[in-house]
Design a protein around this ligand. Structure first.
Ligand SMILES: [Zn+2]
Ligand SMILES: [Zn+2]
Length: 178
């Protein structure tokens, strides 16, 4: 997704867009690799304005993603929503007068060439940062029994009551205390 810089003024231009995930190669690859599945397009809602010697894009991107829990292997859906502020300048340098304010927020500073700004990489990057390395259906997910494979979220298995299960929970306690 690109925008022409020429017509931009210091009055923020409000943009809303629905962009198919296939337009974002880095995200499409995640989907292809089976890391997660995008259930809807990216919904972008942001403003863009000329400010000092740079262009400021600020807003949010949201989408819905299906993950596979890394503990119990169940699929679950999650809404991803992330807010971003991106500075585009002819040089990649962050404007001096804003350096202090910048450290307080997660800001991205990028340089652009010519007369158009392409948001694709930065927007994809924002979404990527929201994708968990080890997706969990819930923080409390009990996972699968390492002995019989029962989903422990749906109840205890026989192993928990046998000696094997005892050893397992003792080990688990040690891990928790570390
Ligand atoms: Zn789980
Ligand atoms: Zn078991």
């Amino acid at each position: 997704m690109k925008i022409r810089v020429e017509g931009l003024s210091d009055t923020p231009l409000h943009l809303m867009a629905r962009e198919p995930v296939s337009d974002f190669p880095a995200l499409a690859k995640l989907d292809e690799d089976g890391e997660c599945r995008f259930l809807c397009p990216l919904h972008l809602d942001f403003t863009i304005a000329r400010e000092f010697d740079h262009i400021r894009a600020h807003g949010h991107v949201d989408t819905k993603v299906r993950f596979t829990c890394s503990r119990c292997l169940a699929e679950y859906d999650a809404e991803l929503c992330t807010e971003f502020t991106i500075f585009y300048s002819k040089t990649s340098r962050v404007p001096v007068e804003e350096e202090i304010a910048l450290s307080e927020e997660d800001l991205v500073s990028v340089s652009y060439e010519g007369d158009t700004i392409d948001f694709t990489n930065e927007v994809a990057e924002q979404v990527l940062m929201e994708i968990p390395l080890k997706p969990l259906c819930s923080e409390e997910c009990k996972g699968l029994c390492s002995t019989c494979g029962t989903d422990l979220n749906s109840g205890e298995c026989e192993c928990a009551r046998s000696g094997a299960g005892f050893t397992f929970s003792a080990l688990k306690d040690v891990t928790v205390k570390k």
